[in-house]
Design a protein around this ligand. Structure first.
Ligand SMILES: C[S@@+](CC[C@H](N)C(=O)[O-])C[C@H]1O[C@@H](n2cnc3c(N)ncnc32)[C@H](O)[C@@H]1O
Length: 265
């Protein structure tokens, strides 16, 4: 496959398959199909050839090409960073270096280091995760909050949906508290759910919101990306020094939390 053809595997028919995987003893049909899809996925091949850790890297690359998200000198938070494709794409563009790291990533999975990126191995649901991220940002506000987080599925549709939405809402709540005015929030969401409340919240805090599905996102996947740009800034009604109230999206399933720690502009 030629470099950069931009054809997602989900758009290919079964007859396009180059590698067919035989069912091996003990391997479930689902695993066989997953392996077959990986072996025939041009983005997997491209990621390997270009030294990216994940095919997901091309999703951010494509979103950046279309919406100019990444700029030199930006501070970025990468939520659900492992194995590191998005941080790999962003670091050279923003000019994040060992001496002046501008990107902070978090994931509960262990990750190999990425030059110029501070990586926290931690669950974003942990009470102290936002404070840890803010501390790693050196107390500075962020220009871009990225969330590619996806909760592991249980197989129970309703539960899975609530867990996924809870993560996105937590990410949005964090973004609203940590972004500098003018900042951007990008999050993976899943179509066909209770998204309107989240969208309403983002519309209140950002100048524009839109959905985008990069070609690198499999066509048969319900995932899409929500982009909220032009953050309007946090206004505290109670005056300086006051702690802002937590933002609720749709509790009680998704209780949001107060951030601990202070942010300097
Ligand atoms: C699709 S992958 C991210 C791929 C990444 N953007 C890349 O380019 O390599 C989703 C990640 O979200 C992480 N994740 C899911 N829930 C999380 C949580 N509660 N806290 C931290 N990371 C989480 C998973 O461990 C997984 O590594």
């Amino acid at each position: 496959m030629a470099k950069g053809t931009g054809q997602g595997s989900g758009r290919r028919s079964a007859t396009d398959l180059k590698v067919r995987v035989k069912t091996a003893k003990g391997r479930k049909i689902g695993s066989t199909l997953w392996l077959q899809r990986q072996l025939n996925d041009p983005y997997v091949a491209r990621a390997r050839a270009e030294g990216y850790r994940s095919r997901a890297a091309f999703k951010l690359q494509e979103l950046d090409e279309r919406y100019h998200l990444l700029r030199k000198g930006q501070r970025i938070v990468d939520l659900g960073a492992a194995p590191g494709g998005w941080s790999q794409i962003a670091a050279p563009i923003v000019g994040s270096t060992e001496a002046n790291p501008l990107i902070v990533g978090i994931d509960y999975l262990e990750m190999d280091p990425i030059s110029g990126v501070i990586l926290l191995q931690k669950d974003f649901n942990d009470e102290d995760a936002p404070a840890a991220l803010i501390a790693a940002l050196g107390g500075h506000k962020a220009d871009l909050v990225l969330s590619d987080m996806a909760a592991p599925t249980t197989g129970h549709r309703a539960t899975d949906h609530l867990r996924i939405m809870a993560l996105v809402e937590l990410a949005a709540d964090f973004a609203i508290r940590v972004l500098a005015p003018g900042g951007t929030f990008v999050a993976k969401v899943f179509q066909g759910g209770t998204e309107h409340e989240l969208l309403a919240l983002l519309k209140r805090h950002f100048a524009t919101t839109l959905h985008a599905k990069p070609k690198a996102s499999r066509a048969d996947s319900a995932e899409t990306y929500l982009l909220a740009r032009g953050f309007k800034g946090m206004r505290s009604r109670a005056g300086p020094g006051a702690v802002a109230a937590p933002i609720r999206v749709h509790s009680p399933v998704t209780p949001t939390r107060l951030l601990i720690g202070s942010i300097t502009p």
